[in-house]
Design a protein around this ligand. Structure first.
Ligand code: MTE
Length: 317
């Protein structure tokens, strides 16, 4: 039987180094049973500005944050979180090559008139693909600016009929221990499940992304399809989605189960509400030396603050 590890979204920038090192040793010790799990080869990165790939003709989106400097492709593909592939920032780049992204399908069920399963190539033909430059703010204090490729989640809503009971929508990531070695370890209550309220899901900024930097989505960033919700902490954006389920009651997400007093359902970026163990007032862009102030709703307040009118955002963190 596996021993349950204390819940946390840890990061070397946040967690005291000794604690962080201890955690890595703990996980590594558990991982010995996984054979060559952490011996994967690093992802071979295409040129960051190559727009010659399958997404050469992308619509540029009016929703893009145009005044921002893009985070280098290399930083976005070598530093990140994808706990199914390991707990370190470089684990996804080392291990995600094991993920098989074809064939791939996404099942849509729960509170819908008819449950449906869509093949990834069908999904890709739903709408013209757009490039959307979004700010990304991780709960751990780092941030980035990423040109995602994809379309609004509302394109899915046009193809399924949620019932009147559908008040929330869950996003389930793949949890296959054959491809994702750390799913054998209870770092989280797998599968990774995130969720949005229906009006948040319907908001035009909420995106299903299938690529970034003009390229097909790298495996470590959530291929072949992931969610991007730019006004929320990065962990709301579930990767490698296989199931989308409409439900009536507010769901328990994987991180809420792991740390109920640390990770709330809403997780809107909010500099005024500290995480239980650290401040959220500032952030460091990947590649920058100096920190910058974190903006309410990650700079998207004009577009989304209205969704939360009248709500106590300290209580609904
Ligand atoms: N999705 C899954 N399935 N597993 C994860 O561990 N990590 C989240 C989110 N989605 C995660 C996930 C977190 S904490 C962040 S910050 C973002 O993915 C980071 O990925 P990105 O840098 O590619 O956006």
């Amino acid at each position: 039987m596996l021993i349950r590890k204390p819940p946390t979204i840890p990061g070397s920038e946040i967690t005291p180094p000794a604690v962080y090192a201890g955690r890595r040793d703990f996980v590594r010790a558990l991982a010995i049973g996984l054979g060559s799990a952490s011996l994967g080869l690093a992802h071979a990165a295409p040129s960051p500005d190559a727009k010659s790939g399958p997404f050469a003709k992308l619509l540029s989106s009016p929703l893009s944050a145009r005044d921002e400097t893009l985070t280098p492709y290399k930083s976005m593909t070598t530093y990140g979180n994808f706990y199914e592939f390991g707990p370190d920032k470089d684990s996804p780049a080392k291990n995600a090559h094991r993920l098989r992204t074809r064939p791939w399908s996404v099942t849509v069920d729960g509170e819908v008139k008819t449950a449906k399963t869509f093949g990834i190539d069908d999904i890709l033909s739903w709408a013209a693909l757009e490039e959307r430059i979004y700010r990304l703010r991780c709960v751990e204090g780092w941030s980035a600016v990423v040109p995602w490729v994809g379309f609004s989640f509302s394109e899915l809503l046009k193809r399924v009929e949620p019932t009147g009971n559908a008040k929330y929508v869950e996003f389930w990531s793949l949890a296959d221990p054959e491809q994702m070695p750390y799913v054998r370890i209870p770092l989280l209550d797998w599968p990774y499940v995130e969720a949005l309220r229906m009006d948040e899901a319907r908001h035009p900024l909420t995106m299903l992304a299938v690529g970034m930097y003009g390229e097909v989505m790298p495996k470590q960033n959530g291929a072949p399809i992931r969610l991007v919700v730019p006004w929320k902490y990065g962990f709301k954006s579930a990767k490698s989605i296989v199931r989308i389920r409409f439900v009536e009651k507010q769901p328990q997400t994987a991180w809420m189960k792991a740390g109920p007093d640390e990770y709330g359902f809403y997780s809107n970026v909010n500099p005024d509400v500290p995480h239980r163990r650290w401040s959220q007032a500032s952030e460091r862009r990947l590649g920058d030396f100096l920190k910058r102030k974190t903006l309410p709703f990650n700079g998207y307040a004009d577009q989304v603050a209205g969704l939360y009118a009248g709500m106590d955002l300290r209580k609904n963190f």
